[in-house]
Design a protein around this ligand. Sequence first.
Ligand SMILES: CC(C)(COP(=O)(O)OP(=O)(O)OC[C@H]1O[C@@H](n2cnc3c(N)ncnc32)[C@H](O)[C@@H]1OP(=O)(O)O)[C@@H](O)C(=O)NCCC(=O)NCCS
Length: 332
Amino acid sequence: MPMSATSYINGLGRYVPPRAVSNADLEKLVDTSDEWITARTGIKVRHIAEKGQPSSDLAYEASKRALEHAGIEPGELTHVLVATCTPDSYCPNTASMLAHRLGVGTPMAMDINAACTGFLYSLEIARSLLCTYPDAKVLVTASEVLSSRTNWADRSTCVLFGDGAGAAVLTNKPTGELPFSVGPMQLRSDGQYADLLTIKGGGSATPYTLGETVREDFFITMEGREVFKQAVRNMASLCKELLEKAGMDINDVDLLVPHQANLRIIEALGNRLKIDRNKVFSNVQKYGNTSAASIPIALTEGIEQGILAKGDSVLVTSFGAGLTWGAGLLQA
Ligand SMILES: CC(C)(COP(=O)(O)OP(=O)(O)OC[C@H]1O[C@@H](n2cnc3c(N)ncnc32)[C@H](O)[C@@H]1OP(=O)(O)O)[C@@H](O)C(=O)NCCC(=O)NCCS
């Protein structure tokens, strides 16, 4: 039986590194054009971390803002989760680095790798922790430095991604200006499509030996067309299933906040769900695909811009490597 306690997101924060890379900048790197990138993806700009700037650094900035927004001191946190597929290192985990830098003390600290669906997976885990420990205060941060695993010679992938972080603070009591209750969620995976989107090289299945030069498989590789189809199909069907189980109609949703991978995917999803265009949030134009960070960045921006307000029912959905995908309902 699913748990009955209600968990709340009491604070949100976001951070992207200052260095903005435009489509014109990419024209100097690979054989591409602003026209092609805009028409195929909607992306105009993405932010890129400094070389060697780790995910925990971006996570720290976003987390500080989320904690401030929630009115919670780092020392009060009991659990720190970091959703990332670009951790600071293979081992130790990024969550321990983040917790230490924030001055949390000695919390349970854990990384979660579900690629772009990592934030939704982490919310579900945070909620489970809050059910077991009702007084817990859980920090969920999603942080990615995808630029560290981007093949800057591959025009089919390097134009798509960006770096960034988003964070949320969860407790079982609503506090702060705009708490969101975390409603029903559906999370899925299907490993039969693992090869469609990978960062394989250097893993235990494809190890390197000392002195060996990294191969192309060290970086993001993707079958773009197939990923596109799977993304639209899976997010749309899971959103429909979630709404039906919740006894809701798409017209009951005030805002759809989908994973920000590609404007065409977002539009196709909106069409399949038959949701009013004005109710679909997008900021992929400014950040590209920031993987796990994309939904918390979007939620934070939605609040900052007044697009997301008290009383709103928010449908969030995401999709990524694994394959993994998910959908959830938040109530502001
Ligand atoms: C990647 C993506 C934008 C490519 O668009 P597409 O319409 O499928 O394009 P194709 O891959 O079929 O390539 C079409 C042509 O454009 C070319 N092309 C690829 N990238 C290019 C670029 N950056 N600039 C110019 N041309 C490019 C290809 O080489 C191909 O040329 P060809 O016909 O001469 O072989 C699209 O498939 C996509 O968005 N997929 C989903 C990706 C995604 O969001 N992944 C993350 C999910 S979490």
